[in-house]
Design a protein around this ligand. Structure first.
Ligand code: CP
Length: 303
């Protein structure tokens, strides 16, 4: 990948993924403020974010680096008509690495092709969110002790959910069985079903959520992505299709963990938050360690 950028999870081999998980474990115990004391990282968020932006900024500061950037492109010269290429070339003059979230699919790939410095994709439209995937893999590994041979249940917006798309892609190397639970307007896109067929990965599609809870190792809940719908009537039809509640967790496997990339709207009832299965806030915390690991790898540093 040009400049060591991380644009898609497919940019990383299985060995790369294991290296990130090993580094993340190390950073969980060692903040290492001496690693990038002379580096400046740009944080360019053309779309809203809480976890990705703040965990990246925390990761940079724990590594001893500094951050510049914007959280609203409207305050940058993009609002005067500046192109993405010109923005990237300008910011690359000031910084060592660019973390970018953008609403257009493929924007991160384009940025990586024009940029003289590495780009980390912090989410491009409905396409990919590779750093979320790496923190998801770290969370799965921490809670299950393995990545192989797990029953992964994915629920909600499987059509527009970029975290789902990246995670499905990454897990194909670990022989999962996927159980996709979605309204028929939000089912997993055909390109992912074809990928799974090519790789001989078993997957099943359901509209009834109750059937799959008891044999899940991981339940990966997702928000219906209102901002991606061109027809808001479709959003209204699908937004409340699934809600996970505490009373649905009576017969789960002991190792079950409930994950969610967050933010949630109402797809996980708040009475789930105090159960032993709830893992979504720890998952968000794992984002700091994983992003420290990703920055280290992208900048080709050694720990
Ligand atoms: N998981 C995630 O991408 O959250 P934010 O949109 O808050 O960054």
């Amino acid at each position: 990948m040009k400049n060591n950028s991380l644009v898609s999870i497919s940019d990383y081999s299985v060995d790369d993924i294991w290296q990130i998980l090993e580094y993340a474990k190390y950073f969980e115990n060692n903040p290492r403020p001496d690693l990038i004391p002379n580096k400046v990282v740009a944080s360019l968020f053309f779309e809203p974010s809480t976890r990705t932006r703040l965990s990246f900024e925390t990761a940079i500061q724990r590594l001893g680096g500094r951050v510049i950037g914007f959280t609203d492109a409207g305050t940058s010269s993009v609002s005067k008509g500046e192109t993405l290429k010109d923005t990237i070339l300008t910011v690359a003059n000031y910084t060592d690495l660019i973390v970018m979230r953008h609403p257009i699919e493929g924007s991160a790939r384009f940025a990586s092709e024009v940029s003289p410095i590495p780009i980390i994709n912090a989410g491009d439209g409905a396409n990919q969110h590779p750093t979320q995937t790496l923190l998801d893999l770290y969370s799965i590994y921490k809670t299950q002790g393995k990545l192989n041979n797990l029953n992964i249940v994915m629920v909600g917006d499987l059509k527009y959910g970029r975290t789902v798309h990246s995670l499905v892609h990454a897990l194909t190397d670990f022989n999962p069985t996927f159980h996709f639970v979605a309204h028929n307007l939000l089912s997993i896109p055909n390109e992912y079903k074809l990928l799974l067929k090519e790789k001989n990965i078993d997957f099943y599609e359901y509209q009834n959520f109750d059937k799959v809870i008891d044999f899940a190792d991981i339940i990966y809940m997702t928000r219906v992505q209102k901002e991606r719908f061109s027809d808001l009537i479709e959003y209204e039809k699908t937004k409340d299709a699934y809600q996970l509640r505490k009373n649905m967790l009576k017969n789960t496997k002991p190792n079950l963990k409930i994950m969610h990339p967050l933010p949630r709207v109402n797809e996980i009832s708040i009475d789930v938050d105090d159960t032993t299965q709830a893992y979504y806030f720890q998952q968000a915390k794992n984002g700091v360690y994983t992003r420290q690991a990703i920055i280290t790898k992208v900048l080709d540093l050694k720990i």
